[in-house]
Design a binder for this molecule. Structure first.
Ligand SMILES: [Fe+2]
Ligand SMILES: [Fe+2]
Length: 261
């Protein structure tokens, strides 16, 4: 590792291991109006800017809230006990992720109260659309919306994005890997349960195609509403769309559903 990289790693890791430093930097930004975080970003010392950092977190927090609410509710309407039990475990894991994201925000002195104003409109639609499916006891639709699309998108973001954060901070890299591992299980569970229900004639392919098409529209909307946030995660909108579409449709194919948006 070059001297410059070692120096960068030392400075950034120190920053993340001592949240007080991040908090101080964010408050200097607030008081002076000088975006110190942004100034340091080209040197990869810190994420792109305090606001972009907060907006990225806003989407992760919102995604966890959607998944927590869905897993909790879905556990009460799925037709088999094994799925219900797994979904309760999943809900507990989503709550753990939420607690982690919230505690990081707290450590950095970033209030959670205004997070909702940072969430892209299309992203907020994910939760509303899934809630409608749950209200109708449509467990297949809710599983497609949450365990395939919302959590699949989280996997794409965590695997493809966040490269700078991972490279710069061991603590953040471990935290993201912990969340990623759980999300992979949740998506795999969704794919396998859909296949199980499909084999028993409980899945109407046309309904899944319609709802997947609606959710895919929101994914496209999100990618174009927050290009700067994606950029701060090291992602181009089209790149994310290409990868996520391939990922979602491979999961649906795994469930025996030949569906494309
Ligand atoms: Fe999660
Ligand atoms: Fe999850």
């Amino acid at each position: 590792m070059s001297f410059k990289n070692r120096l960068v790693k030392f400075v950034v890791d120190t920053g993340f291991r001592n949240p007080g430093i991040m908090k101080l930097i964010f408050s200097i930004d607030d008081v002076t109006g000088v975006d110190l975080v942004k100034t340091l970003a080209p040197f990869k010392l810190l994420p792109a800017s305090a606001e972009l950092f907060q907006r990225s977190f806003a989407h992760f927090v919102s995604g966890e809230e959607i998944s927590y609410a869905c897993a909790t509710e879905l556990a009460t309407i799925v037709p088999d006990g094994a799925s219900a039990k797994y979904l309760l475990v999943q809900a507990g894991e989503e709550m753990t992720h939420l607690d982690h994201f919230r505690s990081k925000l707290d450590q950095f002195g970033l209030g959670e109260a205004k997070l909702s104003k940072f969430v892209a409109p299309s992203f907020a639609n994910f939760g509303k659309a899934i809630a409608k499916r749950l209200e109708r006891n449509d467990f297949v639709g809710a599983m497609v919306g949450n365990n395939i699309v919302v959590e699949g998108l989280a996997i794409c973001l965590l695997e493809m994005g966040c490269k700078d954060l991972r490279a710069n901070s061991d603590e953040i890299a471990k935290f993201l890997d912990f969340v990623l591992e759980d999300e992979r299980h949740h998506v795999r569970f969704g794919e396998r349960r859909l296949r199980y229900w499909n084999e028993r004639g409980l899945v109407k392919e046309r309904d899944v195609a319609d709802f997947y098409g609606e959710m895919w529209g929101y994914v496209q909307g999100v990618a174009h509403e927050i290009p700067d946030v994606l950029d701060s995660l090291g992602l181009a909108p089209d790149e994310l769309l290409r990868m996520s579409k391939t990922f979602f449709e491979a999961r649906l194919a795994g469930a025996g559903l030949a569906i494309t948006a």
